[in-house]
Ligand binder design. Structure first.
Ligand code: AHR
Length: 503
């Protein structure tokens, strides 16, 4: 048995929980849009063609924001193709995913869907094959009240009120060699700054995200962030990070500890951004939009787009089938995001439906929850109020990639209006349970409201459309204690949420 002691102190606050941490991502990729969120003719489809079964799961997941329309897709997308009468919209070749884009679903459909899902939109502009002018056109179409050509076009298309989209991504992964319109850091930084300046002439209060390097492992990492921000520091508010995790060489111990990598990534980009700010003697802080993160089995087929003459409509791409271990990793990554809530002000799990997603659909059939659905849904619902610093002490576990790390990782939130304190924990040791003592300094625990665990069972088990829900949180009856101390046992390789009432 490993042991761990966690100390929480309601006076040691990191930041208010940024509700935008619980964002997701809808890209025109595979079956995320078509037969994912949108499937006219499906038995549950509403008058707009939106699947009501998927909408219900999106609400249950607790997603707060959704980024759209890509991803790599956006780098050759013409947004105008997706508005106006559907039967007049052109079908286009999507160069990113080698698919045929029918454009039956576009901005106006997305905004109607967003309204029904009860989420806020995050919009990306194409800085791959297009530039500043088209970005400003899209902004005018979306956000201007009326009286100009593009705003009136939106009104004619049925959306009288402007959409008021506040958060905009200036392109996507612009350093990636796979990207249509790949650029050097300085080139992109100048384009981002110019586009940001133009967009702010329309609305100075927009929040604008510059692209970071595509991944921590990119050769561009570090110098890219520095050079982009050197050009665009004064013009943007956030810089984006993307990270996908999968087990490498069957090293499950390192995989379970993927949050170590996320921690380092966030800390590194924060330091780079602050160093650019310090050189400029700026008082402004650039925040982080971790606008793509998840487990993604990139080596598994059929992750790669089709090629050659075949340009299918909505082919099944990147349809990863997640295990209990993947759910534990997702729970751990959410702990890392919360821990950094003083600098990460938005995050998007990539993606929402079918494409490396918590929600899966069958064409014409059911919608169901993957294992990774559960830690996300519980964290989104119960991480409320303020994030508290957690002091960790105790047993370590050994990983190939990160060396000796704390076996137990944790973060806590505290809602001083309800007195509810929630602790999210992962036991990253593969074989050994952990006995955890939580000291709540300066508060009295009056009640254990709920303690649930995912994992500690068959780590390789996966859900199916009709099969059991292997990662549905089950009650953890080990939590006990009173006054300022609570004890509980975490099974090996597991994620746990403990809800306390504290005064
Ligand atoms: O989410 C899948 C893809 O991963 C996105 O299109 C791209 O931005 C990233 O490389």
């Amino acid at each position: 048995m490993n042991t761990a002691r966690l100390t929480l102190d309601p006076r040691r606050r990191v930041a208010p929980v940024p509700r935008r941490l619980f964002g997701s991502f809808v890209e025109h990729l595979g079956r995320c849009v078509y037969t994912g969120i949108y499937e006219p003719g499906h038995p549950t489809a509403d008058a707009d063609g939106f699947r009501a079964d998927v909408l219900a799961l999106v609400r249950e997941l607790g997603v707060t924001t959704v980024r759209y329309p890509g991803g790599n897709f956006v780098s050759s997308y013409r947004w105008e193709d997706g508005v106006g009468p559907v039967d007049e919209r052109p079908a286009r070749l999507d160069l990113a995913w080698h698919s045929l884009e029918t454009n039956a679903f576009g901005l106006d459909e997305f905004m109607r869907w967003v309204g029904k899902a009860g989420v806020d939109p995050i919009m990306a502009v194409n800085l791959g094959t297009r530039g500043t002018a088209e970005a400003v056109d899209l902004l005018e179409y979306a956000n201007h009240r009326g009286g100009s050509h593009l705003a009136d076009q939106r009104r004619d298309n049925g959306a009288v009120d402007p959409y008021g989209i506040k958060l905009w991504c200036l392109g996507n992964e612009m350093d990636g060699p796979w990207q249509v319109g790949q650029r050097s850091a300085t080139e992109y930084g100048r384009l981002a700054a110019q586009t940001a300046k133009a967009m702010r002439r329309f609305d100075p209060d927009l929040e604008l995200v510059a692209c970071g390097s595509s991944h921590l492992g990119m050769p561009t990492f570090g110098s890219w962030e520095r050079d982009v921000l050197t050009e665009a520091y004064d013009d943007v508010d956030l810089i984006s990070l993307h990270a996908y995790y999968q087990p490498v060489d069957d090293d499950l111990a390192s995989f379970l500890a993927s949050a170590e990598d996320m921690d380092r990534y966030i800390d590194a980009v924060t330091a780079i951004a602050d160093s650019v700010g310090a050189i400029r003697r700026s008082t402004k802080k650039i925040m982080i939009a971790f606008d793509e993160w998840n487990v993604w089995y990139q080596s598994a087929a059929p992750s790669t787009p089709p090629s050659g003459e075949d340009w299918p409509v909505a082919p099944p791409l990147l349809e990863d089938h997640y295990s209990v271990a993947d759910a534990v990793v997702v729970g751990g990554l959410l702990i890392s995001l919360l821990r950094h809530s003083d600098r990460v002000s938005a995050a998007c799990q990539a993606q929402l439906v079918n494409v490396i997603a918590p929600i899966m659909t069958e064409v014409g059939g059911s919608a169901w929850r993957q294992t990774i659905f559960h830690p996300f849904a519980r964290t989104a619902r119960h991480a409320q109020g303020t994030v508290l610093d957690v002091l960790r002490e105790g047993s370590t576990t050994t990983t190939g990639r990160y060396g000796e790390i704390d076996a137990v990782d944790a973060v806590s939130t505290w809602d001083d209006t309800t007195g509810e304190m929630t602790v999210f924990l992962v036991n990253r040791a593969l074989e050994t349970p952990a006995e955890v003592t939580i000291d709540v300094a300066g508060a009295q625990v009056s009640d254990i409201i709920e303690c649930v665990t995912v994992g500690g069972t068959d780590l390789h088990a996966k859900n199916t459309a009709d099969g059991p829900d292997h990662a549905a949180p089950r009650s953890n009856g080990t939590a006990r204690g009173a006054d300022a101390s609570v004890q509980l046992t975490l099974p090996p390789a597991s994620w746990t949420m403990l809800r306390l009432r504290a005064t």
